[in-house]
Each structure stands twice: as structure tokens, then as C-alpha cells.
Design a binder for this molecule. Structure first.
Ligand code: R5P
Length: 277
């Protein structure tokens, strides 16, 4: 996606040297002259290691004298721990954002898990620009669903279903989900009039896939014409993408993380955001 954004902005695509030492520490060196220049770091961060590489890259770019550093992290990990749910827990989202804030001039993310509103948001004193990929996913499904009906797998994702339904001019609803463990969820009984409809399930993240697989099983029992699933960030950590084939007719995600089904690009969204800075 970085190449696509560079092309859209007609910007130089910089070079980085990245090495891993035997003790697993990283070494990062900027390979392009950045002194006095405006630089955007677009990072694909799936893991804690990726975040560490990003922190070092930001430090290297700043240290090499960049005039302005924009940080774009389309999928920002650790955003699900945005509260201290029980005493003694780390507030992960706050720490990660504070480090990024310290190391760059501004931060752009795509559909940060804990943010409902697109645009400028503030979280514990850190300003974040939150881009919304829901309209892009809705557009992807426009000519693929004759009788669309959008369903969110839980109340938290209702905002995505609502916005997509608005774009597609159709009805929407949400299921009720109870998380039992990191990998297991229960979709509670609730009946939605889905028979004969082309169901589009929208969520921000597919991680283990437990949410989507269980949601599809419940929805399938209502005899829909088809079930399509769209998500912004496809992590697919436990179940491989193929394992969805038995429950879903169509599965797509954006390229905030590159996957074989990243058919919806957020490059236009990101480049417009950078252009507006
Ligand atoms: C949860 O609040 C999110 O919106 C997703 O539903 C969740 O992260 C999906 O996780 P998994 O694929 O592991 O069920």
C-alpha cells in the first residue's frame, strides 16, 4: 500500500535498512536523505515486533533531520485495550499512542477500534486522525448483493453496519455477542428477518475468526440468499482464510494489512488525508 500512496502523491518512496540482531533487537537506518523534508511513515503493524520497528524508524527519521513526520498506521495494534477494565491492567492503547505522539508530528489510523467518529479525535491528550473505510467496503458490495441487508456481529460494530447500510440504502441490525475467551465467542439468540436477503456482515477486525464464524452459523439458519463478510483489518491469526469457505459466500477485507483477500484499498483515503495536511 505504501507504493500505491507514494504513486498517488507523486512522492519519493524512501529506503530503509532493517536488520535483526541475534538477540532479536532491531537496527534501523534511513537510506534516503530526509533532512529538512516532510516525511510520511506508513507502517503495516500486525505484531509487537512491527511496532518496535515503527518506533525505531520514527526515531531514525527524526534523528536524520526530517522537518515534519506524519505517522500513518492503518491498523494500530493494542487499541482493543482502551480502558482499564479491571484494576491493575495496563492501558495499552494510551501507551502506544503516547509513544507515537512523542515521536511524530501527527498520527493517522484507519478505523481505530475504540473510536466511533471519523476525523480528528483526542484520546488521553493525544490527537489522532481516524479514517473510515466503511464506505469503501460498502461500495465493494454494491453490485454484488441484489437484496442487501447489513448485520454487525455485535453492538460495538453496529456503527459500521449503520454507515454501510446508509451507503447501500438498505436495512441493518446487529447480533448479540458474548466473549467467553480470547478465541471463543457465543452469539446469543436473536432473530433478524434475513430469509432470502443478501446478508453483508461488517466488522472492524477479524482476528481469530471466532466472531465471524459463529455469526455466520446463526445467520445461515435464517436461510439468507447469501452471506458476504467485509472487515477493515484482516489479522486471521488462528483460522486460515480458507476455513471461512464453508460458512461464507464472499469474504473481503481492506489492505490496512495485506492478505490474499485485501481487495479494497485504503490508499486513496490515506493519500487524501496526507494531502490535506
Ligand atoms: C470486537 O469487539 C471486534 O469488533 C471484533 O469483533 C473482534 O476483534 C473479532 O475478533 P475474533 O475474530 O477473534 O472473534
Amino acid at each position: 500500500m505504501t507504493w500505491e500512496v507514494s504513486k498517488l502523491l507523486k512522492a519519493e518512496h524512501g529506503k530503509l535498512e532493517l536488520k535483526k540482531f541475534p538477540d532479536s533487537e532491531y537496527y534501523v537506518k534511513v537510506g534516503t536523505r530526509v533532512k529538512g523534508r516532510e516525511v510520511a511513515i506508513i507502517a503495516s503493524t500486525r505484531t509487537s515486533d512491527d511496532l518496535m520497528q515503527l518506533f525505531l524508524t520514527l526515531d531514525a527519521v527524526r534523528g536524520a533531520g526530517a522537518r515534519m513526520v506524519h505517522t500513518v498506521v492503518p491498523y494500530l495494534p493494542y487499541m482493543r485495550q482502551d480502558k482499564v477494565f479491571t484494576d491493575g491492567e495496563a492501558l495499552s492503547a494510551r501507551l502506544i499512542l503516547k509513544i507515537l505522539d512523542e515521536a511524530s508530528d501527527d498520527i493517522t489510523v484507519v478505523n481505530a477500534h475504540f473510536l466511533d467518529d471519523a476525523g480528528r479525535n483526542t484520546f488521553h491528550g493525544v490527537t489522532i486522525r481516524n479514517l473510515d473505510a466503511t464506505p469503501l467496503l460498502a461500495e465493494y458490495f454494491r453490485d454484488k448483493a441484489g437484496k442487501p441487508f447489513v448485520i454487525a456481529p455485535d453492538a460495538g460494530s453496529l456503527q459500521y453496519a449503520k454507515r454501510a447500510a446508509h451507503y447501500l440504502d438498505c436495512d441493518f441490525n446487529h447480533l448479540q455477542k458474548k466473549r467467553v475467551s480470547g478465541e471463543d465467542v457465543i452469539i446469543r439468540d436473536k432473530t433478524i428477518p434475513a430469509a432470502g436477503k443478501d446478508i453483508i456482515i461488517l466488522d472492524d477486525i477479524i482476528s481469530t475468526g471466532g466472531t465471524i464464524v459463529n455469526a455466520c452459523r446463526v445467520i445461515r439458519s435464517w436461510k439468507p440468499a447469501s452471506i458476504s463478510v467485509g472487515c477493515v483489518h484482516g489479522l486471521f491469526i488462528c483460522k486460515g482464510i480458507e476455513s471461512f469457505n464453508t460458512v461464507v459466500d464472499r469474504l473481503v477485507c481492506t489492505n490496512t494489512l495485506e492478505t490474499p483477500i485485501s481487495k479494497v484499498s485504503v490508499a486513496g483515503l490515506v493519500s487524501r488525508d496526507l494531502k490535506s495536511q
